[in-house]
Write a protein that binds this ligand. Structure first.
Ligand code: MN
Length: 426
């Protein structure tokens, strides 16, 4: 086990109960303040640890880190150092923050500079995302959608249990939590209408997802084998794949999602490392029929991560879904092995989203499409109003945490507010 994951570790930095960021987490992000331009940091309790300061003042001596590795507006160069090196950095940070380590703790002047209260830090996109892929790996979600739009008896398409289905999404519109998005406009066609019409989406939805980030540049033509896949994955974020269902319905045949999805996708600000998630591995669902040999995994490849979605209005907050990442039928190793089996290359900072994460129960569905069953069953909010889809002014907040042996590590909020459509001629 990584020393940094020891449940008994305590930090000299105060960590409130139920904080997402105890010493066993140490996720990486990019932050800026009134005085600092965007640089790399690590979350601990209610503070951000400034990695540039630590590096420049000798706290990482002996690790052989390149000069300026943290003094950059994105983490790409850092995570590109690879799992081994970034794991060593996390171990060293853990050491510095341990209750019985005096190096930083007893240097009051250094502490004041290195630890920045979170309310003074503005989080930025942690990585420059070169490529984004979205999978469709929850069997419950795929079954619900197939039941709603096709045939309840044959809800899953024939390929679904053989291939981790996915599509190439848009990297340019992935945004950090807190970014406000305008309701998208586009073409839609009501079932009874003769012709399509143009206007703001009337069926705006979220998709509860998680995404993993890769830390290598692979060679075009050379697949990543399933047994090596984990070496290429740095960590994970929460991911809201905002979706305009009415635009999607009209545009998706025959090539799949396009403008219904690429107007914005929101991620949580901290990348929680696979090293930190290691204690939370669990077996995934049984895969029947047996998958092809290039997709066979052994051992626990899923992760027990509790997820929840709340819909907030000006005056209310309502949890509308409670799910878990462990329900995923296809695991991340299978997704990456499949993605590259044809020779497709990957890059440092690529983002691979899971697909909507739905559970068995009605309150564990990962989209409003499923929660309201395409508008048939309105969702009741705590302020007495109802929703079938998202209204202007609504904020969707996703949260996630893993918990075991008294340790709870989380991701921070993945939040986004929907503004009215932009005005203008179209
Ligand atoms: Mn999606």
């Amino acid at each position: 086990m990584n020393k940094a994951n020891d449940p008994n570790l305590k930090s000299w930095v105060e960590v409130p109960t139920h904080s997402d960021f105890p010493i066993q987490n140490l996720p990486f992000g990019i932050f800026q303040t009134q005085y600092l331009s965007a640089v790399a940091g690590v979350a601990i309790g209610k503070h951000v640890l400034d990695l540039v300061y630590l590096h420049e003042n000798g706290y990482f001596d002996g690790l052989g880190l390149p000069t300026g590795i943290f003094n950059q507006p994105y983490l790409n160069s850092f995570i590109g150092l690879g799992r081994k090196k970034t794991g060593e950095v996390r171990e060293r940070i853990s050491e510095i923050l341990r209750h019985d380590n005096d190096e930083l703790k007893n240097n009051v002047a250094a502490r004041e500079i290195a630890l920045i209260p979170m309310e003074e830090a503005q989080m930025r996109m942690p990585i420059l995302v070169p490529n984004y892929t979205d999978f469709y790996s929850s069997i419950e979600h795929a079954t619900n959608v197939g039941t709603m739009f096709r045939d309840p008896k044959n809800a899953l398409l024939p390929n679904w249990k053989h291939i981790p289905i996915g599509y190439h999404g848009r990297a340019s519109s992935i945004v950090i939590s807190g970014t406000e998005l305008h309701r998208p406009k586009g073409q839609t066609k009501a079932p009874d209408a003769e012709l399509p019409s143009f206007g703001p989406s009337k069926k705006l939805d979220f998709e509860l997802e998680m995404a993993f980030v890769t830390c290598t540049n692979s060679v075009l033509g050379q697949p990543i084998s399933i047994s090596d896949a984990e070496d290429h994955i740095f960590g994970m974020v929460l991911f809201n794949d905002w979706s305009a269902r009415d635009i999607q319905t009209w545009e998706y045949v025959p090539l799949g999602p396009f403008l219904a999805k690429n107007f914005g996708s929101t991620i949580s600000p901290w990348i929680v490392t696979m090293d930190a998630l290691e204690p939370f591995r669990v077996e995934g669902p049984e895969q029947n029929p047996k998958v092809m040999p290039y997709l066979e995994t052994s051992g626990p490849k899923n992760f027990d991560i509790n997820l929840e979605v709340s819909l907030n209005t000006e005056s209310s907050e309502t949890i509308i879904s409670t799910s878990n990442f462990k329900y995923m039928y296809w695991n991340m190793c299978q997704q990456l092995a499949h993605h590259t089996v044809n020779g497709c290359s990957i890059q440092v900072g690529d983002m691979y989203a899971s697909g909507t994460i739905s559970g068995h129960e009605k309150d564990s569905y990962g989209s409003m499409l499923e929660l309201s069953w395409n508008g048939k069953n309105p969702i009741k909010l705590s302020d007495g109003t109802e929703r079938t889809f998202i209204e202007d002014g609504d904020t969707i907040v996703m949260r996630g945490y893993a918990e075991k042996n008294g340790v709870r590590i989380g991701f921070g909020d993945c939040s986004g507010k929907i503004l009215p459509p932009v005005s203008g001629p179209c």
